[in-house]
Design a protein around this ligand. Structure first.
Ligand code: PAF
Length: 304
């Protein structure tokens, strides 16, 4: 194949520079509100991708979709303290703000919203109200990380209020989070389309996650066993009941030295409540959390 004339290559570079230059980094709520008012008054649609930074290909797939489907895309990069129930987890959460902004600029994002904690929580990072999140918030992550979803609802509802997005994009790795956010949107009467986006995986099957950066090389080698066990579970479930399948998957994972299952639930994909029979729901999902050393990894798979 002939290579492109250099003039075309240069033009492509210019275009990339223009796109990169267009992205603005906003750090304050008042600047964000002015930006959103201007864009909304001009009739432009807004896509929001809320993140906690340490961006990877999974985030970027959400961003790409948002860029395709909206006039303007705002990506928030904010490690939200109110959703961490464990201070060590918050302290060790990876932060790569500069590199995140570089990636977002290259992806054609209009605004990276990168506030300080004091900007988002001028009264201090405390919960101010109790959101109605339904029973979906009480199981699995809700049970093992008390208060986590209240913190997620608090920050996501605030971002919705500030960005007034037409659409908001969330990765299906956090399968339960999407159900809980849908409940929050309904109970708060917020007018936004929640767009779930498929999990992105490394070639060896490990679900991409910001927390993967915390794995040691040896842990990184065993972490893909989680997805392997889930896939084996789906095969096993064709001949076995729900309870047996649950035990089988947990058995496979816990047999790997260095992995420890925290929970594995087989649930109705809409209510997130556990099922005991495959026939109980037309859509059944397996959701898992596994400790790989001290790193807490989550994943899920469709069973039915
Ligand atoms: O999924 C996440 O990264 C976070 O829970 C979110 C939605 C950005 C809220 O802080």
């Amino acid at each position: 194949m002939r290579s492109l004339p250099s003039r075309v290559g240069n033009c492509a570079q210019c275009l990339k520079k223009i796109i990169e230059k267009r992205m603005i980094i906003i750090k304050t709520v008042s600047e964000l509100e002015s930006y959103v008012s201007r864009e909304r008054n001009n009739g432009r649609s807004i896509g929001l991708v809320p993140t906690m930074g340490a961006l990877h290909e999974g985030h970027l797939s959400l961003v790409e979709r948002a860029v395709r489907e909206n006039d303007d895309v705002i990506v928030s990069v904010f490690v939200n303290p109110t959703q961490f129930n464990n201070p060590d987890d918050l302290a060790s959460y990876p932060r790569t703000e500069e590199e995140d902004c570089r990636q977002l600029a290259r992806a054609g994002v209009a605004v990276a919203f990168v506030p300080e904690v004091s900007e988002m929580y001028p009264q201090g990072a405390v919960r101010e109200k109790e959101f109605r999140l339904g029973t979906a918030a009480e199981v699995m992550e809700g049970k093992f990380r008390p208060g986590h979803f209240q913190g997620v609802a608090q920050i996501v509802s605030r971002l919705f209020e500030l960005c007034r997005p037409n659409r908001a994009y969330f990765g299906e790795k956090d399968f339960q989070q999407i159900a809980v956010i849908r409940n929050m949107v309904e109970s708060e009467g917020i007018d936004v389309d929640i767009i779930p986006c498929p999990i992105k995986r490394a070639d060896d099957g490990l679900a991409l996650s910001s927390r993967n950066a915390l794995l040691t090389p040896a842990q990184r080698v065993i972490a893909p066993e989680i997805h392997k066990a889930l896939k084996a579970g789906v095969e096993y479930s064709k001949e076995h009941g729900v309870g047996e399948t649950r035990e089988y998957v947990v058995g496979l994972i816990d047999a790997v030295e260095g992995l420890q299952t925290e929970y594995f639930e087989i649930v109705d994909a809409r209510t997130l409540l556990p099922v005991e029979e495959w026939s109980e729901s037309p859509e059944v999902q397996g959701c898992i959390t596994v400790y790989c050393g001290k790193v807490r990894l989550i994943d899920n798979i469709k069973f039915r």
